[in-house]
Design a protein around this ligand. Structure first.
Ligand code: NAD
Ligand code: ZN
Length: 350
């Protein structure tokens, strides 16, 4: 991420390099302690390597239910018990849950210590490990407590994909498709024509990280450009909400992107033939999951979460729309458009 941003740090890519890369960094920085935070699932699968790397390991239960203020307090107390001080570094090794929680703890532990991200899911590699957003959920919603706290280093190692279930890989793939659709048509073509069995993950992950990092560097606090990363998410979050999180986030966003592509066409921004092409691409990538469940959604059910999300009237729900694959539409210098309720209804019925 360039120095123009709030923070300047490296994202180091490779296969089977995380131990050496992190060790070198930790000794260069002369940290007093290096603590590893991970979840039970990652620890079970990577125990030998993790134990060889460090004796100071904190393990939390796997899953979104660990992203709470109570869990953050538990990790904080564990750090204190293990002798953590201001010169300690926290290494968050896991998916987005461990990264968001670990980053949040690092942001407040003794008013802030360094942290290193080792993302182990595709979603964490291309999305949550980049951009400095950290936080926890509350009973009233996701990510409602948090801080911007940029990592000192991100270490992306494709070795972790060996143990990641296919469903989790496709879940992360959706965010990669999003990056391609909003910023780079040649990357989009490369992605949709990739053969799942022989995916060139390192090239594709790198391209996605480059797009996300470039956008974040230009607008770290989400005042304008960073909003384009919300493509597919206005509808996607509402779908996730009405289905009570029965679909993984990525799959809800895939349907959300398709809906927002359709709305882009309805608003005269995108050519009609492109909508069908994108729907076919999504089917080929196998990211349009549980269509029967999606068909059960009545568009009226989406109204409440859409309004809650945007604090707006129905004629004023704002969405990022596409001009063409690889380029978002601009609305007088802004990147989102007010969308009428009837267009959302048509998109859901489509
Ligand atoms: P996750 O962290 O829950 O990981 C998904 C599952 O995969 C977990 O059960 C985990 O134990 C397991 N797992 C992780 N790595 C594995 C590996 N290599 N092999 C086998 N299993 C492995 O979920 P996620 O999808 O990675 O992240 C979702 C979270 O990220 C959400 O809380 C979301 O809010 C957050 N997020 C944050 C940002 C941000 O900018 N900070 C962006 C997007 C998402
Ligand atoms: Zn997302």
């Amino acid at each position: 991420i360039p120095a123009s941003s709030l923070s300047c740090y490296q994202i180091v890519f490779g296969e089977n390099h995380w131990q050496k890369t992190v060790k070198d960094f930790v000794s260069r920085k002369s940290y007093s302690h290096a603590f590893v935070l991970t979840d039970e699932q990652v620890y079970r699968l990577w125990k030998k390597e993790i134990n060889f790397f460090s004796r100071d390991v904190i393990v939390i239960p796997a899953g979104e239910s660990s992203k709470t203020i109570e869990q953050a307090v538990k990790v904080t107390e564990k750090l204190l018990e293990l002798g953590g001080d201001r010169k300690s570094v926290l290494i968050a090794m896991g998916g987005g849950v461990v990264g968001d929680l670990g980053g949040f703890v690092a942001s407040m532990y003794m008013r802030g210590i360094d942290f290193i991200q080792i993302p182990t899911t595709v979603l964490a590699m291309v999305d949550s490990s980049i951009g400095g957003k950290t936080g926890v959920d509350t009973s009233r919603g996701k990510n409602l407590i948090g801080a911007f706290h940029f990592p000192s280093l991100v270490v992306t190692d494709t070795a972790f994909l060996r143990t990641l279930p296919e469903e989790q890989k496709r879940n992360g793939l959706v965010e990669m498709v999003k990056h391609a659709l909003i910023a780079d048509v040649s990357y989009y073509d490369l992605l949709v024509h990739s053969d799942w069995e022989n995916m060139d993950w390192s090239t594709l992950l790198w391209k996605s990280c480059f797009i996300k990092a470039s956008v974040v560097a230009k607008d770290p606090r989400e005042q304008n450009l960073r909003q384009i990363l919300n493509f597919g998410h206005t509808l996607g979050h509402a779908i996730e909400h009405v289905l009570a999180y029965e679909l993984l986030h990525g799959f809800a966003v895939a349907w959300g992107m398709l809906g927002e592509v359709y709305i882009s066409m309805q608003m005269g921004l995108l050519k009609p033939s492109i909508v069908e092409n994108i729907a076919n691409d999504f089917r080929r990538l196998n990211i349009l999951q549980k269509p029967n469940l999606i068909r059960t959604i009545d568009w009226k059910d989406l109204e409440k979460p859409l309004l809650a999300d945007k604090k707006n009237t129905l004629g004023q729900v704002k969405m990022v729309l596409l001009q063409r694959p690889g380029e978002v539409a601009k609305n007088k210098g802004a990147y989102s458009f007010p969308v009428q309720g009837n267009l959302i209804q048509k998109a859901v019925e489509y």
